[in-house]
Design a protein around this ligand. Structure first.
Ligand code: NAP
Length: 357
């Protein structure tokens, strides 16, 4: 696809974002009306303790909305804190073509809006606010949001993971245009074009190999000559005729014109020498960071910060469940996140039946 077509796509994406913002405005007004019922405490607002929710869902990607749908249909009257940037990573994705049920594909924001509306139809209450902290040391659990405390018998954490960006000069302007962090989402926009992939791990090798389906040439750019990727993933990329690997190179800055990305300035970290490389697309694959800091270490994670499931979707804390990319070190797809959100909702419902109701 030519860059102009990509831009057309992104302007459609912009329209969807506008309507989503209008939708959130309406929701915000309704939420504000609801908040009037909250009793004010000294120095901070405290929800009435009698108002203990069955389940609070934290995060609002496909995992969160699916957990919301299932817990709402189970009559658990779930409350969701969706975050200021509700919808998660898919809000940054133009077209989703690999979610079953959408033969023509669907815009990421549009899908999130539909998932949300579907869950709300069954009673999910959504607040577009960020959770500051949780206290799982006693029950009911306490969830603090903008200085206000909420209480719940169970929690479902669906906060996802955010891609790590390089933040090289020129990057911000091309995000969601020529520069992406998701080859699965955006690779098809670069048919017969030359693209870069940055990174030396499994993600970079996998994305580079995946992109050969579309791109005429993929250059894998890595800052060292040692790859973190598993041998099989590295060799699959290294042996592919469409992939060139450039080691000891890092992006010094991105190059663009009025149509979009045109390439990058690469620097050799050993001696600071530079070279320019042409590309109309670039995929940054230098890792993800799960969003768990608000948990304050109360829920067990692996060495990379991903929440660990202890029993089905339950975490190390009884009554706290987790689903989606905040757990998933492997698949990281919208459909797998949605499936796990369903599992967490069913697990939470069963746990509440056995332990609370
Ligand atoms: P990763 O293994 O942490 O690799 C990140 C890569 O990005 C490293 O090569 C690192 O370089 C490079 N990097 C980090 N910061 C950089 C920067 N500022 N500038 C340039 N390069 C930078 O991350 P990942 O590839 O996303 O994998 C994460 C986990 O998911 C791994 O456990 C992986 O096995 C797993 N995974 C599995 C699959 C699969 O099995 N299908 C697919 C994808 C991921 P250095 O090496 O120099 O630090």
């Amino acid at each position: 696809m030519a860059v102009s077509e990509l831009q057309c796509d992104m302007s459609c994406f912009a329209n969807i974002r506008v309507s989503f913002v209008q939708y959130l405005d309406r929701k915000f007004l309704r939420n504000e009306r609801d908040n009037v019922q909250v009793r004010r405490g000294v120095g901070r607002r405290v929800s009435q303790m009698s108002d203990v929710h069955n389940v609070i869902i934290i995060g609002s990607g496909p995992a969160g909305y699916t957990a919301g749908l299932y817990t709402a249909r189970a009559m658990l009257e779930p409350l969701m804190f969706a975050g200021y940037m509700s919808g998660g990573q898919l809000m940054l994705t133009s077209d989703i073509e690999n979610f079953p049920g959408y033969p023509e594909g669907i815009g990421g924001p549009e899908m999130m809006m539909q998932l949300r509306e579907q869950a709300e139809r069954f009673g999910l209450k959504v607040e577009d606010k960020n959770v500051e902290s949780v206290d799982t040391t006693s029950r009911p659990f306490k969830v603090t949001v903008e200085g206000e405390d909420f209480f719940a018998h169970s929690l479902i954490v669906c906060t996802g993971a955010e891609s790590i960006w390089l933040d090289a000069p020129g990057e911000a302007e091309q995000k969601g245009r020529g520069i992406s962090t998701c080859a699965t989402c955006d690779g098809a926009f670069f048919k017969e074009e030359e693209v870069l992939v940055i990174g030396g791990g499994d993600s970079a090798c996998e994305e580079a190999t995946f992109l050969t389906r579309f791109a005429s040439k993929v250059t894998l750019v890595h800052r060292r000559d040692v790859f973190r990727a598993s041998t099989i993933m590295y060799e699959r990329a290294a042996n592919h005729p469409k992939i060139e690997i450039k080691t000891f190179r890092q992006v010094k800055s991105w190059l663009s014109d009025e149509k979009g990305l045109t390439g990058a300035v690469l620097e050799d970290p050993r001696d600071g020498s530079t070279e320019e490389i042409a590309a109309t697309g670039a995929f940054i694959a230098i890792g993800h960071k799960p969003i768990t800091s608000f948990l304050g270490g109360q829920v067990e994670t692996d060495e990379n910060g991903y929440i660990i499931h202890k029993h089905h979707t339950m975490t190390s804390v009884d009554g706290v469940f987790a689903a989606g990319d905040v757990v998933d070190t492997r698949y990281k797809q919208a459909i797998t996140a949605a499936g796990m959100g369903c599992q967490a909702a069913i697990d939470a419902e069963k746990w509440l039946e056995e332990n609370v109701h």
